[in-house]
Ligand binder design. Structure first.
Ligand SMILES: CC(=O)SCCNC(=O)CCNC(=O)[C@H](O)C(C)(C)COP(=O)(O)OP(=O)(O)OC[C@H]1O[C@@H](n2cnc3c(N)ncnc32)[C@H](O)[C@@H]1OP(=O)(O)O
Ligand SMILES: CC(C)C(=O)C(=O)O
Length: 555
């Protein structure tokens, strides 16, 4: 027996009378659909505190900036704010000529009349009327037969037509068989066709038939099969814009939209970041960015995602989930070592090879294309990270190019600290660890200065002046170069044994162009490798400091 009460549930959706799945062989729709934002209506009606007039205006202006040409601005008969919002758009001349505002109304006379009052003065409008057609709503809410439910729709359609003619306007019409997903598909088609018979859509004045998954009830391929049936059986099909309005109860609002488009739909109603009733509406950001990631222009501009998120969060009081596709704060972040290593190498390869298309491993799109930064957004460090990621941060942010073997040493050191502190380490903290751990280490040996003259045979000869545990000491030094001479002095005079000296250095290009950084690795008698780094305005002094740092670590 199931512990989840599954006996209580059964499928409440209907398969279409004919099932056509040929759309499933298409790879993608090939072009952007007509987008309609329903943020200001469906999104707004689901908020704990619906947006104020000013907040709706701010949101509306953002939608225009993103590029929406159809915007459902509200349910004017719902409240004074909803009504006033549309009046403000009209009175302040905030509706561009190429933008159509859409308003929602129930198929009830007084509500439709109030809606038309709100529309006074609007040039381009879609009047959107709906009634529920599902078995559950017919039986439980309306307690009406199929015929009588169809009548509600037809009466609503007639009222829209008559009031538009009376207003001398050419508003477009939209009808939604609300709760379409719980409606027998052939019956939904019959109701929609009855509405279309009233509206008589033409090529110049198309009607919109909107098929909402008001509550998602099936897997997305079934919704798409329902859409395919409707697309093939609607009358006046050439003059009908077939629209989808997916919700997200099963978490497949985006999949419903994408498959529905393949199955014949022309238009998508959705919201930014999927805000909306219950689990939300289809997330237009994701659907559009999924297209962009396939190289299809979505005709919407999300190039400044952080700005859009800020405004959205401030006016809706909602939060964009950290892992929301494309927009979440963590969606480009790689904490794990192997991902970081591949991303860092992929970025380098890209810089060198300059390929035509984006192929960096683990990153579906280039974060920069939506206003995100590599720094801080992509490679982030915790105890799951590896040397590649740590080295990438040190190189990109601080211009430090450690030798390969030293990267490994530092990578484990950073991992260990993050593990013990049980926290993410930010770039500045990592830089500080690098400094504390390797750079200009001054105990027990601390360099005071060194004087090394060139001899006739090209060798270096002189003294190294230092403190040993605070006591001043001069060592005599000879070698075939200055670093070699200092190393010989430490080994011979202080009897410190090490081998395999590895050395590299570079000018510091980021932050401090007048300084150099040197790195030295040595192997102690016990076979252990240690690393030191030296930073100074003089490259030779930097290398001597790096050697003394390494020796100090060995000691
Ligand atoms: C799936 C969706 O998102 S649909 C959009 C839903 N959005 C909203 O409801 C937000 C705005 N709505 C409101 O502010 C209010 O519901 C109003 C102002 C529109 C109407 O309010 P009220 O008249 O007080 O009540 P209410 O909405 O409960 O209406 C219930 C009545 O309308 C009928 N009704 C509901 N929807 C519809 C419809 N689409 N078409 C025709 N009649 C309808 C019901 O059967 C019920 O009838 P009854 O009075 O004979 O029992
Ligand atoms: C009014 C309709 C389109 C709706 O919002 C829904 O069914 O979710």
């Amino acid at each position: 027996m199931s512990k989840m009460n599954v006996e209580k549930y059964t499928k409440n959706y209907f398969m279409p009378p004919q099932i056509d799945m040929s759309w499933a062989f298409k790879e993608h729709p090939g072009k952007a659909p007509v987008w309609c934002s329903v943020d200001l209506r469906d999104g707004n009606q689901a908020l704990v505190i619906p947006m104020s007039l000013d907040e709706k205006i701010e949101f509306y202006k953002m939608l225009l900036k993103i590029g929406f040409k159809e915007i459902e601005v509200g349910f004017p008969a719902a409240s004074e704010t909803e009504y006033e919002f549309l009046r403000t758009l009209v009175e302040k001349d905030l509706i561009p000529d190429d933008v159509t505002v859409q308003v929602l109304t129930q198929a009830r006379e007084h509500i439709i009349k109030r809606t038309f009052e709100a529309l006074d003065g609007v040039k381009n409008a879609v009047v959107h009327v709906y009634n529920s057609t599902s078995v559950a709503q017919r039986e439980q809410v309306f307690k009406k037969s199929r015929e009588n439910i169809k009548k509600i729709a037809v009466n609503g359609a007639v009222m829209l037509k008559e009031l538009t003619e009376a207003a001398g306007q050419s508003y477009r019409f939209e009808y939604s068989p609300e709760s379409f997903t719980g409606t027998e598909v052939d019956y939904a088609c019959e109701v929609c066709n009855a509405v279309l018979d009233i509206w008589q859509p033409t090529a110049d004045k198309k009607s919109i038939i909107n098929l909402p998954s008001t509550v998602q009830m099936s897997m997305p391929h079934i919704y798409a099969a329902q859409i395919a049936y409707m697309s093939q059986n609607l009358k006046y099909r050439d003059n009908v814009v077939l629209s989808l309005h997916p919700h997200n109860d099963r978490g497949t609002g985006v999949a419903d939209s994408e498959m529905g488009l393949l199955a014949g739909a022309d238009r998508i109603e959705g919201t930014l970041f999927g805000n909306g009733e219950r689990t939300g509406n289809a997330d237009i950001v994701t659907i559009a960015m999924n297209m962009a990631a396939l190289g299809i222009d979505p005709q919407l501009d999300f190039s400044n995602m952080p700005e859009i998120i800020n405004l959205y969060e401030s006016v809706t009081r909602m939060h964009v989930y950290d892992r929301q596709p494309y927009s979440g704060s963590l969606v480009f972040a790689a904490f794990s070592g192997s991902h970081q290593d591949a991303i860092a190498k992929g970025m380098k390869w890209r810089e060198k090879e300059k390929p035509a298309h984006w192929t960096v491993p683990y990153l579906l799109i280039d974060p920069k294309d939506i206003g995100r930064e590599y720094d801080g957004d992509v490679i982030r460090i915790n105890s799951q990270s590896g040397k590649g990621g740590v080295a990438y941060i040190m190189e990109q942010k601080y211009g430090l190019d450690m030798p390969k073997k030293m990267r490994e040493d530092f990578g484990y050191c950073v991992k260990d600290i993050s593990d013990r502190k049980h926290k993410e380490l930010l770039p500045d903290e990592i830089y500080k660890i690098f400094h504390d751990f390797y750079v200009n280490i001054e105990a027990p040996l601390s360099l005071i200065d060194f004087k090394l003259n060139k001899t006739a045979d090209g060798m270096r000869n002189g003294t190294v002046h230092l403190y040993i545990n605070g006591n001043e000491k001069r060592l005599s030094a000879q070698g075939n170069g200055r670093l070699d001479a200092v190393s010989n002095a430490l080994q011979k005079e202080l009897k410190i044994n090490y081998s395999n000296l590895i050395y590299s250095e570079h000018a510091m290009e980021i932050g401090s162009s007048s300084r150099a950084m040197a790195y030295i690795g040595i192997t102690g008698e016990n076979g252990k490798n240690v690393w030191g780094a030296g930073m100074d305005t003089d490259i030779i002094t930097a290398s001597v400091k790096a050697l003394i740092s390494a020796v100090n670590k060995l000691l």
